[in-house]
Write a protein that binds this ligand. Structure first.
Ligand SMILES: Cc1cc2nc3c(=O)[nH]c(=O)nc-3n(C[C@H](O)[C@H](O)[C@H](O)COP(=O)(O)OP(=O)(O)OC[C@H]3O[C@@H](n4cnc5c(N)ncnc54)[C@H](O)[C@@H]3O)c2cc1C
Length: 413
């Protein structure tokens, strides 16, 4: 499929990555300038664009793959997008302005968008390459987990963060006996404080999961396939499946090999332009103003800025404040901003441990800087808006913890 852009009237936009960011960026561009480019999207996965977030409900049996497809074949066809799926790009030649795919195809571009996402971080312990050790990133991983769960048995999830707990929940619902190993003393320490984490732990344990905190993995043991995990204190936890959910690494190998500026990820400006003006990057593979994101809300904002830039408009991306929810049915948890507190911060706390409710709002200079809600998350969006918009809440503070319904007379910003 060798081609050069000069053969075609419209400039050729090539996107590497058929995931959440790559396709959303194209959607945003089509909404603003549908006829500006000829578009080709390369995707390493042999699938159409699907909602990666919803892999957790697919694992848990609450959704099918078809239900989480965002754009089916028709979308590509209707928008004249050439989709090259199941073929990854292996090289970018910036001088020739071409990309080379694993299949050997060489495709010319006028503008290139790198949206290669992240890879799961696999902890470098002996046994990590054994069959039965996987990450939790794509539909293939879900299929591997479902195949293992079909015959029951024991699973270990390494990592008690958002992703690990969603994997553990799904495997548990699918009939496996699940142990979660978490290195830190509390679950989801990046999103929760001790009180909320202990409510979460009790609720998960009541559902039959075994949670081990302070658990440091030494080795994956097995002869030809996974048989268990050995901790540094020599405890062995039997398992035929080990899911590593200990973090992600931005997928920057292609960009690095092409000589683009890389920090913690591919460095971009406010219009998602890399150190090469013909190459943009978007999603988890980018670093913007020193930040790297692992959630979709910031990525949607990046995609808008990218499209605005390509469509010739000026507004840019200024960074995001993020919030988190856990997608485990029956557990309501919301967290946003900075909840570590500090000398100049104040806490407002409502705690009903027996009722399973905990709410904490962290204030600094009369503004919300963080919130952790457990059990009752109905006001999460409201607190998040107050936080993001840096609203002065001094006029609301007496009733703030009870939620929006009790604080109707908001003071002006
Ligand atoms: C199970 C799970 C649950 C999640 N839940 C939430 C949630 O509740 N809320 C939230 O905000 N976020 C959640 N996330 C994170 C969210 O899915 C990611 O932030 C988002 O998918 C990142 O989008 P991206 O396009 O940067 O990366 P991806 O969606 O991973 O897309 C990158 C794509 O590029 C492809 N690719 C990589 N290299 C190449 C190459 N060389 N050539 C061609 N293609 C390539 C990859 O195969 C992949 O398809 C979850 C993630 C997972 C895995």
């Amino acid at each position: 499929m060798a081609s050069t852009s000069s053969l075609h009237a419209k400039p050729h936009l090539v996107v590497i990555g058929n995931g959440m960011a790559g396709c959303r960026a194209v959607e945003e561009l089509l909404a603003r300038a549908p006829d500006l480019h000829r578009i080709t999207i390369f995707g390493a996965e042999p699938r159409v664009n699907y909602n990666r977030i919803m892999l957790s409900p697919v694992l848990a049996g609450e959704k099918s793959f078809d239900e989480i497809v965002i754009n089916d074949q028709r979308w590509y066809r209707d928008n004249h997008i050439a989709l090259v799926s199941g073929d990854s790009v292996v090289a970018i030649d910036r001088a020739a302005k071409t990309v080379t795919a694993r299949s050997g195809d060489v495709v010319g571009y006028d503008t290139l968008v790198i949206a290669t996402g992240s890879d799961p971080f696999i902890i470098p312990v002996p046994g990590r390459d054994l069959p039965g050790v996987i990450g939790f990133r794509d539909m293939n991983d879900v299929e591997s987990m479902l195949a293992a769960a079909a015959t029951g048995g024991e699973a270990v999830v390494i990592g008690g963060g958002l992703l690990g707990l969603e994997a553990a929940h799904g495997l548990s619902l699918r009939g496996m006996k699940v142990t979660v190993l978490h290195l830190m003393p509390i679950l989801m320490e990046r999103q929760l404080d001790g009180a909320a984490a202990s409510l979460l732990r009790s609720q998960l344990e009541a559902r039959g999961q075994i949670i081990l905190t302070g658990a440091d993995t030494a080795e994956i043991v097995g002869n030809g396939a996974v048989e268990g995990v050995r901790l540094k204190d020599d405890t062995i936890i039997p398992a035929k499946l080990v899911v590593m959910a200990v973090g992600i690494r931005p997928n920057v190998a292609l960009a690095r090999a092409a000589g683009l500026a890389i920090g913690r990820a591919i460095q971009v400006d406010d219009h998602m332009v890399t150190s090469d003006p013909s190459i943009l990057a978007v999603g988890e593979c980018v670093e913007h103003r020193g930040q790297v994101y692992g959630l979709v809300a910031p990525i949607w904002e990046m995609c808008r800025a990218l499209a605005e830039g390509l469509a010739g408009r000026r507004s840019g991306y200024a960074g995001s404040v993020t919030s988190t929810k856990l997608k485990v049915s029956g557990i309501d948890l919301f967290s946003a901003g900075d909840f570590a507190g500090g000398e100049d911060c104040e806490d407002i706390v409502l705690r009903d441990i027996a009722g399973g409710t905990y709410k904490r709002i962290i204030l600094k200079d009369d503004r919300i800087v963080g919130t952790v809600l457990y059990g009752d998350t109905a006001d999460g969006g409201w607190y998040f808006d107050l936080l993001r918009n840096r609203r002065d809440v001094s006029g609301l503070r007496d009733m703030l913890i009870f939620g929006k319904a009790y604080a109707p007379l908001e003071s002006p910003a």
